[in-house]
Design a protein around this ligand. Sequence first.
Ligand SMILES: NC(=O)c1ccc[n+]([C@@H]2O[C@H](COP(=O)([O-])OP(=O)(O)OC[C@H]3O[C@@H](n4cnc5c(N)ncnc54)[C@H](OP(=O)(O)O)[C@@H]3O)[C@@H](O)[C@H]2O)c1
Length: 254
Amino acid sequence: MSGKLVNRAILVTGATSGMGRAIAETFSREGASLLLTGRDTARGKALVEALKATNPAVHFVAADISRPGENERLVREALERFGNIDMLSLNAGVLGLGSVTDLSIDLWHQTLDTNLSAIFYLCKAAIPHLLKSDRPNILINASIAAFKSFPNHPAYCASKAGAVALMKQLAVEYGPHIRVNALCPGPVDTPLLWESAAAFKDPDNAVEHARKATLLKRLGRPEDVAGLALFLASEDASWITGSAFTIDGGIMNA
Ligand SMILES: NC(=O)c1ccc[n+]([C@@H]2O[C@H](COP(=O)([O-])OP(=O)(O)OC[C@H]3O[C@@H](n4cnc5c(N)ncnc54)[C@H](OP(=O)(O)O)[C@@H]3O)[C@@H](O)[C@H]2O)c1
C-alpha cells in the first residue's frame, strides 16, 4: 500500500460512528494498520468488512473505554496484531446531558469516565509502547465545548476542557518524543450532534440554529475533521505539538 500512514499502527476509539469512523476510513486509505474500537460490534464489524477490501490490516475489537481494564486489553490486542503502536486517535464521547441540579451523579461519572478518564487510561497503558515508536503521536478529539459553555452540558463541557488540559500535560511530559494535539470541532453532522439538540430551548430547530451560526453556513462533515486528523497524524505536522485546533466553520467567531 502507499499513503501518508504506511507502516503506522494506529488505535482508533469511537470508530463505530461519526468522526471516529471517518478518521478510520481516511487513515485506512492512507495505508495505516488499524485497531478500531467501540462498543457496537455489529457496526464495528461492518466497517472492518468495508475497509478490508482495500486494506487487510484493519481490525475491530469491541470495548467499553470507560473501564480501565478494557483500555489495557486494547493495548494488548494492538501489540499482538502489530507488534507496536505508533498512534492513538481518541474519539469516543458521550453527551451526558442535564443541568447540574438535574444530572445524576452516575451520569456525571459516566460522562467524565468516557470523555476524560478513558484518555488517561488508554494513554497510561499505551505510552510505554508509543515511546518505542520512531514517530509517536496522540490525537484527542475534544470540542469547542472545552472553551464555551452550552445549556445542559456541564459534564460534557467540563470533560472536554479537561481533555484539552490533559493533552497539553501529555505534550509537555512526553516531548520531544511524542507529539500530542487536540481537535476541537464545532457542530459536525453526526448522531451525537442531533442528540445534543434535546439540551436546547428549541430542540426541533437547535441543529439548524447551529448551522446558521457558523460563518460558513453549513454543519461540519465528519470528513472535514478526518482531513485535519490526517494532517496532524502525518509528517506534514512534524513540528506541531501541544495545540488545540478549532475546526468549526467559524462558529467561535460568530
Ligand atoms: N458531533 C459534534 O458536533 C461534535 C463536536 C465537537 C466534538 N465532538 C466529539 O467528537 C467525538 C466523536 O463524536 P461524534 O460526533 O462522531 O459522535 P458519535 O457519532 O455519537 O460517535 C461517538 C462514538 O463514541 C463511542 N463511544 C461512546 N461511549 C463509548 C464507550 N463507553 N466505550 C467505547 N466507545 C464509546 C461510540 O461507539 P459505540 O456506540 O459503538 O460504543 C461512537 O463510536 C466525541 O468525543 C465528541 O464529543 C463532537
